[in-house]
Write a protein that binds this ligand. Structure first.
Ligand SMILES: NC(=O)c1ccc[n+]([C@@H]2O[C@H](COP(=O)([O-])OP(=O)(O)OC[C@H]3O[C@@H](n4cnc5c(N)ncnc54)[C@H](OP(=O)(O)O)[C@@H]3O)[C@@H](O)[C@H]2O)c1
Length: 290
């Protein structure tokens, strides 16, 4: 297939490009310099030039605090941007694979969310990403909307200053003797390499629709930090943060764990437990640095 990747130089976009290329597809990796997804004209020009049969959209405005401060811009990119991609792919007969987020949920369920659960976002980021999902689902019937959670990869996250959570913890461990990390927000840390492999596998399926795609299991950020230090044998005093010690400026779901129910129902789930994914990430990291 001819595959175009939006956000091609992003943390996830780079792994998605590599995974589709490794599977033998012809890749057009489009950066923000090549295309402005909030502009229908720009999307049309980019896609007419590359003629993709599949478009994978990893582009987004996803800094939660900045989205709250700039809701118009967040909607233009996460909502209208997704609509533009859906409209042009619908017109050209292409399939759209659109990446979304666990932040479409309010976290009050207290058990892993399945695809049928009703979203109720708590902040502008979640609301605008949900609007993007609705635009995609109502505009192009050939769609995969794929929600994921707490992603980290070898390539820097452009929206978050380049350091993913693992790298941030390892950097802080060199600067401090003690670290306090929030223990009341539960997620599933998910490596971008696994998401990319899952997207390749899903793209072969005729079963369009909404999918949850995260690693297995769940943990608090404190537990995630603990696993990072344990696996890297880092000597640091790690403590759970006291309630209210790091008040979030913007409300976030306390428990946004996703269950890959739709993938499992179709025996397509490729994800391992989050701790295994972390172990593999750290092994690749060590090999790269040595
Ligand atoms: N990070 C997480 O923990 C997390 C969790 C769940 C879901 N997600 C979702 O995962 C996806 C990928 O995240 P990521 O970590 O790979 O992000 P990233 O590294 O920040 O990459 C996002 C890419 O989108 C591009 N982009 C931003 N605005 C654009 C626009 N208006 N038009 C065209 N391109 C634009 C960025 O280019 P510039 O940097 O040049 O602007 C960048 O290349 C997003 O859809 C996000 O909502 C992320």
């Amino acid at each position: 297939m001819r595959v175009a990747i939006m956000g091609g130089n992003g943390q996830l976009g780079q792994d998605v490009s590599s995974a589709f290329a490794a599977a033998g597809h012809t890749i057009t990796s489009l950066t923000h310099e090549d295309v402005e997804i909030s502009s229908l004209d720009s999307v049309r020009t980019a896609l007419v030039a590359s003629q993709p049969e599949l478009v994978v959209n990893t582009a987004a405005f996803h800094n939660v605090d900045k989205c709250e401060a700039e809701p118009g811009l967040a909607f233009a990119i996460n909502g209208i941007g997704a609509r533009n991609l859906a409209q042009v792919t619908e017109e050209t007969g292409a399939t759209l694979m659109h990446v979304s987020t666990d932040y479409v949920f309010d976290g009050k369920k207290g058990a892993p969310y399945v695809e049928e659960d009703v979203p109720a976002p708590l902040n502008v980021y979640g609301n605008t990403k949900l609007s993007g999902e609705f635009f995609v689902r109502s505009t192009n019937p050939r769609h995969f909307v794929v929600r994921t959670s707490a992603i980290y990869g070898e390539n820097p996250c452009r929206a978050k200053g380049g350091l993913n959570f693992v790298e941030l913890m390892l950097k802080l461990s060199k600067e401090r003797k003690e670290l306090r990390v929030v223990d009341d927000e539960f997620v599933t840390p998910t490596p971008t390499v696994q998401i990319a492999q899952q997207l390749v596998a899903l793209s072969m399926s005729p079963d369009y629709g909404l999918y949850h795609a995260t690693a297995e299991g769940s943990c608090s950020w404190y537990e995630f930090a603990g696993a990072i230090f344990e696996l890297t044998k880092t000597n640091i005093r790690l403590e759970p943060a006291r309630p209210g010690e790091f008040p979030a400026k913007v409300p976030r779901p306390r428990y946004s764990v996703l269950e890959n129910a739709a993938l499992k129902a179709r025996t397509m789930n490729i994800f391992s437990h989050w701790k295994e994914g972390l172990q593999e990430y750290l092994a690749r990291r060590e090999a790269r640095l040595s």
